[in-house]
Every structure is written in structure tokens, then in C-alpha cells.
Design a protein around this ligand. Structure first.
Ligand SMILES: Cc1ncc(COP(=O)(O)O)c(C=O)c1O
Length: 380
């Protein structure tokens, strides 16, 4: 029995929730953008209330306590030694992907990434007018991993940056230390830099699996890596916009700072407050959340795979199910399910037409209703 109530149905229709506003005034269940419908841990809510009670909200520097909590966490969880000057706090991870692209790559150089992938990995090179090379994920792994052979074949003399996602979104694959070692060798061999988006690292659903930060492998890969992490997905504080880039190489950090200057502001004080509380006091709550999400995932895997034309592998991490609807022969599965009352993300945006992504970070009863609607729609 959990101390925390993940079954509670919260009315988010009046709080300008991006997820819920999209379908305001309709009967469509929003299961697209990646936040959850859970209340954040009491430790986070209490810390925010205490900060708000002070009533003074002026310009705010990074709290030293937050740096220390984060440094201790990296050491405790991964045996990874980082220090405060290597931490660059940012108001968003997508900003981090875009800054990394500009900091690492000259306009005539190319960026490589593995698709299907979270759409900003594909738009970041485009926005900075750098060439994008897409490499397919391998089918051999149930959740798909980068196809290392295809990656090596795709890299050219002009390629400078790999945009990497671990755990992977969509699909929720967790890279093993061995796979990361293999990837690190390719990065070093081809003299690449890498931006490793590890935003979902605290959302591993299988107790026997562990996250390994790519940069924690060895110093050679650490000096080539910009690691991106955030408490936003795990503790449901995306609206507070706080994330961090860990950049251990001083030159790379200076390049990143140069492209950021005057454009990307600092994190807001409530974001810092929530991040500190989440990283310091949020793990017991998250352990309960992970059990709940795993239950949702197991239910979904069973149900989706029983619907004709749909299939999914069990994600190892994240609350984002990646569903293959190509066998339904539907021209536009996302629109089809939306018309049936379930608002999913369109796989086309991730580079995989015919697929849909379903956010199961919600009370079980809502998930059951979504599945019922999807099943009925296909049956018709
Ligand atoms: C892999 C990945 N990176 C980044 C983000 C978004 O980060 P932010 O909201 O901090 O820009 C998401 C959100 O879904 C994500 O899945």
C-alpha cells in the first residue's frame, strides 16, 4: 500500500495545462505531451509553499545547496564525480539541445541522431542550419537501440556531434554499460562530441536495470560530452522549468556559455526550489511512482497487444508507450484515435509514421478508459 495517492483524479482543466488545454471542451483524454497527472511529492509542494510565503521574488543565483545535493546524488547513484563549476543550470532541456548544437558544430558540419526520436533532436540542427544525418534504431532489441553499424557508416568527415537519448524517447530503452562503452569508442574514433539527453534517467521501471551516465564511463568520453538532466519528468515539475547541463571540459563549457549569453535566461527561483527538494527528498515518492507506472505499463502491454493491428514492447523506462499501429492499415492512426476520444502523439513527428505514443503517467482508471476507447474504435 502506497503512502501516496496515484489514483487521485485531478481536474487540470482550469490551470492552463498545455496537455489538457489542447482538448478543452471536448471529451478527448489527453495522453500526449510528457507530463504526468500526478500531484508532486509533498516535499516539493512544501518547499514551494515555504518559498512563496517569504513573498520576495527577486533575481536569484543558483542555490549552493542545490549544487551540493546534485553533486552528492551523482556520486551516490553513479559513482560519478562532478563539481559545481561543471553544472550549468538551464530553464529547459530543449534549450540545452539547441545550445549544444550551436556550441559543438560549425555551420558546415553535421549532426547525427538515431530515429525515431523526440522531435527537438531533429529540429535543433534545422534551426541552427546544420545538416542532420538520421540513423535508424535497430529492430533486434525489443525496445530498439542505435544501430552502431549504421551509425558508423553514416558518420562523415564533417560530422561533429551526436545527439543521444538515454533512456530513449520514444520506446523507453535503457542502454547497458556495455552498449555505452561501444558507443563511446565510436565517438572517440570519429572525434565526435556528444550531447546526451538523460532527462528520463530517474524513470527506470525495471528494478534490475540501472542508469549509467555516458560521461561517467571514463575521462576521454567525459571531455566530449554535454549531459542533460532534469527533475521535471520524474517529479512532475516541467512547468517550473529547471534543468541542468553537466559539461566537464572547460573549453566546451566556455563555448556553450558563449552561445547562451544574452539569449537564454537563468532558472527561476521556484524552479530551483522545487529541484532542490525533489533531488534531496523525492526518492521515496519516486520509488512508489515507479511501482505504479510499472503496473500501468504491464496493464497496457497486455491490452494493446490484444487489440488487432496494434503492438508494443514493454518500455524499460519512461511513462511513454510506443505503439506500432502500422498493421491497422489506418492512414492516420493519431487522428483516428483522437476521433475516438484518445489524444496521442503522432509517430510521424518522431520520424515513424503509422506509430503513436501514449503517455501512461496517469491514474489507472483514466488509462483503462483510454484503452477501452481504443479497443472499441478498432473493433468498429
Ligand atoms: C528526451 C526529452 N528531452 C527533453 C524534453 C523536454 O525538456 P524541457 O521541457 O526541459 O525542454 C523531453 C520532454 O518530453 C524529452 O522527452
Amino acid at each position: 500500500m502506497s503512502d501516496f495517492d496515484f489514483d487521485q483524479l485531478i481536474d487540470r482543466s482550469q490551470s492552463s495545462s498545455e496537455k489538457w488545454l489542447k482538448y478543452a471542451g471536448t471529451d478527448i483524454l489527453p495522453m500526449w505531451v510528457a507530463d504526468t497527472d500526478f500531484v508532486s511529492p509533498p516535499a516539493v509542494v512544501n518547499a514551494l509553499q515555504a518559498r512563496v510565503a517569504e513573498g520576495v521574488f527577486g533575481y536569484t543565483a543558483t542555490p549552493e545547496r542545490l549544487n551540493q545535493v546534485f553533486i552528492d546524488r551523482m556520486q551516490r547513484m553513479y559513482g560519478w564525480t562532478v563539481n559545481a563549476q561543471e553544472l550549468v543550470w538551464l530553464p529547459g532541456l530543449v534549450s540545452g539541445l539547441n545550445l549544444a548544437t550551436r556550441a559543438c558544430c560549425e555551420p558546415n558540419q553535421s549532426v547525427v541522431t538515431a530515429t525515431p526520436i523526440y522531435p527537438p533532436f531533429m529540429s535543433a540542427p534545422k534551426l541552427s542550419e546544420r545538416e542532420l544525418i538520421r540513423v535508424p534504431m535497430t529492430e533486434a532489441h525489443p525496445n530498439s537501440l542505435i544501430d552502431f553499424t549504421a551509425l558508423e557508416t553514416a558518420i562523415t568527415a564533417n560530422t561533429r556531434l551526436l545527439l543521444f537519448c538515454n533512456p530513449h524517447n520514444p520506446g523507453g530503452a535503457v542502454y547497458s554499460p556495455e552498449a555505452l562503452e561501444q558507443l563511446a569508442k565510436i565517438i572517440v574514433k570519429h572525434d565526435l562530441l556528444v550531447c546526451s539527453d538523460e532527462i528520463h534517467c530517474d524513470l527506470i521501471l525495471e528494478p534490475e536495470l540501472q542508469h549509467t551516465p555516458l560521461a561517467s564511463l571514463n575521462l576521454e568520453i567525459a571531455r566530449r560530452t554535454i549531459t542533460l538532466m532534469a527533475p521535471s519528468k520524474t517529479w512532475n515539475i516541467a512547468g517550473l522549468a529547471c534543468s541542468v547541463a553537466i559539461i566537464q571540459d572547460p573549453d566546451l563549457r566556455a563555448r556553450f556559455a558563449r552561445v547562451r549569453r544574452g539569449i537564454v535566461p537563468s532558472v527561476n527561483l521556484l524552479g530551483f526550489t522545487a529541484a532542490e527538494a525533489a533531488y534531496r527528498d523525492g526518492d521515496r515518492w519516486n520509488a512508489e511512482q515507479l511501482k505504479y507506472l510499472k503496473g500501468n505499463r504491464d496493464y497496457l502491454v497486455e491490452m494493446i497487444n490484444s487489440i488487432p493491428g496494434l503492438s508494443m514492447a514493454a518500455n524499460q523506462a519512461t511513462y511513454l508507450a510506443w505503439i506500432d499501429a502500422t498493421d491497422t492499415q489506418l492512414e492516420h492512426p493519431q487522428a483516428f484515435f483522437e476521433a475516438a476520444g484518445v489524444g496521442l502523439s503522432d509517430g510521424k513527428d518522431f520520424g515513424a509514421p503509422g506509430w503513436v505514443r501514449l503517455n501512461f503517467g496517469c491514474p489507472r482508471s483514466r488509462l483503462e478508459e483510454a484503452v477501452r476507447r481504443m479497443k472499441n474504435a478498432i473493433a468498429k
